[in-house]
Design a protein. Structure first.
Length: 124
């Protein structure tokens, strides 16, 4: 399932997806928040703050802040681990699943619109 893109094509695809995502009535996530959300949804659970910090190579406080925001949007939730009451598990939500499915559709639409487009950065 390899996709061959030039750097300019990849950037145009990303631009198209990001522009459409900020136009929609949906949470406007930072790159860190999006990376965290995608990691929670696309990698096998369980997910903890410590594990996510290690996976993304960022500090635990940075993960906690991003999770706070994602939780405010209802895209993830925290649950105390029944096996280890000191540990908190990060769980997926229906709202988060719908958000990412729709974002995936935005990316597919951006790719369809950009097929064959060679537009690049100004001056390049």
């Amino acid at each position: 399932m390899g996709v061959s893109l030039k750097a300019v094509q990849a950037l145009n695809l990303w631009r198209g997806a990001i522009v459409e995502s900020v136009r929609r009535d949906a949470p406007d996530l930072s790159a860190r928040q999006m990376a965290l959300l995608l990691t929670v949804y696309l990698t096998p659970p369980p997910h903890t703050v410590r594990g996510l910090a290690a996976t993304l190579d960022v500090s635990k406080p940075a993960i906690t802040r991003a999770l706070d925001r994602l939780g405010e949007f209802g895209l993830v939730k925290r649950k105390t681990d029944d096996q280890d009451r000191r540990s908190v598990l990060i769980q997926r939500t229906v709202k988060g699943s719908v958000f990412l499915r729709e974002f995936g559709d935005v990316i597919v639409a951006a790719a369809a619109e950009g097929m064959g487009a060679e537009g690049g950065p100004a001056g390049g």
